[in-house]
Design a protein around this ligand. Structure first.
Ligand code: AMP
Length: 180
């Protein structure tokens, strides 16, 4: 009988550490080997959506954060029978937007979402690749609320636990496939 590996073990084997990218002192988690592996990609998408597969009421929209979040969030949206909404860097969305700025380790970032991306009260899941300080997800949660929807959870592939991102997310349900 062939051994069935856990998705955490698959991810551990297929995510590559790149030192000092994009800046000295950052250990970059490169997910491209995982995306290039059919079993790794499929099982990652399944696992990211699994806790919300039978949620009642259902998930209406899955939000992906530019850019790697798009690659994971779009197939999760299809798997859940939900729509997909992009949260993008400033100036990339063509329609009217809500904006949220937040501090990065170095400098500042601004994220945007279309003002009409959600119907009032829609239930939203956020999907991203790496949860580091939690600032990006926190800003995304603010955008979702500003646009009149309800964020019901967050699914990430990797959680950098030493940066304590959970503290930033309060009581928002967080599903991380591999805490490291
Ligand atoms: P943060 O706002 O600190 O939680 O950072 C999360 C965002 O930055 C995510 O969209 C990640 O794609 C990216 N990110 C942060 N740290 C890393 C890392 N060590 N490796 C890869 N991506 C990262």
């Amino acid at each position: 009988m062939s051994e069935v590996r856990g998705v955490d073990e698959l991810i551990r084997g297929l995510v590559r550490d790149i030192a000092d990218y994009p800046k000295p002192g950052i250990l970059f988690k490169d997910i491209t080997p995982l995306l290039g592996d059919p079993e790794g990609f499929t099982r990652t998408v399944d696992a990211l959506g699994a806790p919300w597969q039978n949620s009642q009421p259902r998930i209406d929209k899955v939000v992906g954060i530019e850019a790697r979040g798009f690659i994971l969030a779009a197939p999760v949206a299809l798997a859940l029978g939900a729509g997909f909404v992009p949260v993008r860097k400033a100036g990339k969305l063509p329609g009217q937007t809500f904006s949220q700025s937040y501090a990065l380790e170095y400098g500042e970032e601004t994220l945007e979402v279309h003002r009409d991306a959600f119907a009032p009260g829609e239930r939203v899941l956020v999907v991203d690749d790496v949860l580091a300080t939690g600032g990006t997800v926190d800003a995304t949660a603010s955008l979702i609320r500003a646009a009149g929807a309800q964020i019901v959870g967050v699914s990430v592939l990797l959680e950098l636990t030493f940066l304590e991102p959970r503290a930033r997310l309060g009581d928002l349900p967080l599903h991380s496939l591999l805490p490291v």
